[in-house]
Ligand binder design. Structure first.
Ligand SMILES: *Cc1c(COP(=O)(O)O)cnc(C)c1O
Length: 449
């Protein structure tokens, strides 16, 4: 055993170690209780019941140690139970747990908003508001845009994902599992084509933006549009970065027509992609930006940040919620943000890309089922097709992922066609675990060939 494998993070040995089948008997017993107690509507991808986590490891109820390539869906970017997050949360939870910011406020909320205003793209005057979930942030960004413009229409894009509340289901593209049977959805939502370079048939970003803009002008009318809402790097849609020039053209169109441009950075934000926010890769400055997931190291928190004149257009009491910007969640966010700044987290994400990207390209050279390798920073993916075609291969994708799970590597799948294997390691993962995890991914491709 090398020194590296003995290195402990949060006292968890940074080593993949399986002592039972995955899932083991203790997890299976708990899963039987889950089936009896929890709504079947709340699905579980991999029923290993976690007892501890840190660094790059999840420990389960049977004592197995699995390598985490999911970060709880891009949430524990700073690592699970990150010491800075834990210290902030512990101090806050002992001081007080809740007052409701709208009743008797506290500094942590203000400090998180100051950090958001400072760190998000653009040096214009900004304001922020805090919420509990990504979906709630998106809903509130739409509220602000509608009130500030006096317009109703919201433009969204193919493959977009924005949440599971009624408005955000309507904003989301994919039917199963998110929307099926849950309608009717809110009105004044219009979906237009996006850029998906692997499937763009050679069209350029500006050409594709022109097509989307024509749709907006002909089918909605630019003067009726409150907001254009888009993820600068689509998450659930399949880790799709649009072709260069696509987003800048949309931002120019929005600005020329008094439309609020909202960048949904709930998955791509907070250093995940090798910049603080993915909008920076595209050279765009959004009017409003939504954040959540990576913001607070696992504590539930979300934000809307944007131009002061938009955010301050709302009457007092128009935004908020009982728990929004909970003091414990804010303390977690301040710890997570401090860790990201102190450790140059965007550079860590770029280092992860430098390790993983060449391995994925080598894998693609060996396996014609890998049609595309893409992503940025620690948000990387491969898209699987039937070799020699563009036809999505969801079955092989599931098989590869299942092989990884059985071998103790937590991988996630995604994409409109269910044929994308996505990798979201925590930035705290030690290098040897990162390398080992992709050895397992390579074995999984060999085993399922
Ligand atoms: C996860 C996600 C949401 C919804 O966030 P929740 O916290 O699950 O409500 C919205 N937009 C994007 C881009 C996301 O990835």
């Amino acid at each position: 055993m090398t020194l590296m494998t003995e290195r402990a993070v949060n006292d968890i040995v940074q080593e993949r170690r399986l002592v039972t089948a995955i899932p083991g008997p203790a997890s299976l017993a708990m899963h039987a209780r889950k089936t009896a107690a929890v709504s079947a509507g709340v699905g579980v991808m991999l029923p290993v019941y976690v007892t501890r986590a840190g660094g790059g490891i999840l420990v389960d109820a049977d004592g197995n140690s699995l390598i985490d390539l999911g970060s709880g869906i891009a949430v524990t970017t700073v690592g699970n139970a990150n010491p800075d997050v834990v210290a902030g949360v512990q101090a806050q939870v002992e001081a007080f747990t809740h007052t409701c910011f709208m009743v008797t406020p506290y500094a942590g909320y203000v400090e998180v908003c100051e950090a958001l205003n400072r760190l998000t793209p653009g040096d214009h005057e900004k304001r922020s508001a805090l919420f509990n979930s990504g979906a709630e942030a998106v809903e509130n960004a739409v509220k602000v845009a509608r009130l500030a413009t006096g317009r109703a229409a919201v433009v969204v894009f193919e493959h977009g994902y924005h949440g599971r509340t009624n408005l955000t289901m309507g904003l989301t593209a994919k039917n199963m599992p998110y929307k099926q049977g849950f309608g009717p959805f809110a009105p004044e939502i219009y979906r237009v084509p996006t850029s998906y370079p692997f499937r763009d048939r050679g069209l350029s970003g500006p050409e594709l933006a022109a097509m989307a803009i024509t749709r907006i002008e002909k089918e909605i009318g630019a003067g009726n549009v409150a907001a254009i809402l888009i993820e600068p790097l689509q998450g659930e849609g399949g880790f799709i970065a649009p072709a260069p020039g696509f987003l800048p053209a949309l931002v120019d169109f929005a600005r020329a027509n008094g439309i609020v441009f909202i960048s949904d950075e709930i998955q791509s934000g907070f250093c995940r992609t090798g910049q603080w926010f993915a909008s920076e890769h595209e050279g765009i400055v959004p009017d409003l930006i939504t954040t959540a997931k990576g913001i607070a190291g696992g504590m539930p928190l979300a934000g809307v940040t944007g131009r002061a004149e938009l955010m301050d257009a709302v009457h007092a009491g128009g935004l908020g919620g009982t728990y929004g910007g909970n003091p414990v969640a804010c303390a977690g966010a301040l710890g997570a943000i401090r860790w990201m700044e102190d450790n140059d987290a965007p550079a860590i994400a770029r280092d992860i890309q430098a390790t993983v990207m060449p391995r994925l390209r080598a894998l693609q050279a060996a396996h014609p089922a890998i049609g595309d390798v893409r992503g940025r920073g620690a948000m990387l993916a491969v898209e699987l097709v039937v070799p020699g075609t563009m036809e999505p291969d969801a079955a092989r994708t599931s098989a590869v992922s299942a092989h990884c799970h059985a071998a103790g590597v937590v991988t996630l799948t995604t994409g409109t066609y269910g044929n994308v294997l996505r990798f979201l390691p925590p930035l705290s993962i030690p290098q040897h675990l990162l390398e080992e995890a992709f050895d397992v991914v390579a074995e999984a491709f060999d085993a399922t060939a």
